[in-house]
Design a protein around this ligand. Structure first.
Ligand code: ZN
Length: 139
């Protein structure tokens, strides 16, 4: 069995953003040479997510508004976590809802997606360098 590991780095200028990272994951898959197996893609930070859905701008706006209703950024004093001196209490909650990681099957050297599926990095506390882990195992 072969194993491949890579870290993808992001420095999102805004506090929150969704980025389609499917092209980077495809590049990793090509580099790995693995034809049959599984790829794990996970955020390495507790204020960011990796998730799968449609690359459709209206849906991304819906996520932004829905998450902001669930866990508004302001006022930052509403979160006990921010008593530590941080201002990212909302980002931890948003990350929990959107998830830490995805696993995708690899079949015939390709990501074996359902219709319209794409992999996204969800940033909820940006403006600093953060990482995503790509781990591929198979043969
Ligand atoms: Zn925090």
């Amino acid at each position: 069995m072969k194993s491949y590991r890579k870290e993808l780095w992001f420095n999102v200028r805004k506090r929150r953003e969704f980025i389609n990272i499917t092209p980077q994951v495809n590049t990793c898959l090509e580099e790995s040479g693995i034809r049959e197996g599984l790829v794990l893609v996970n955020a390495m930070h507790i204020t960011a997510s990796v998730f799968i859905n449609d690359d459709e701008s209206g849906l991304h706006q819906d996520y932004e508004e829905w998450l902001e209703k669930l866990a508004p950024h302001e006022p930052i004093s509403q979160y006990r976590h921010n008593n530590t001196g941080e201002d990212n209490g909302d980002a931890h909650l948003k990350r929990q809802v959107m998830g830490r990681e995805v696993v995708v099957a690899i079949t015939g050297g390709k990501l074996d997606f359902g219709p319209w599926e794409q992999i996204f990095y969800g940033e909820f506390d940006g403006r600093r360098r953060k990482r995503v882990l790509v781990k591929i195992m198979g043969e």
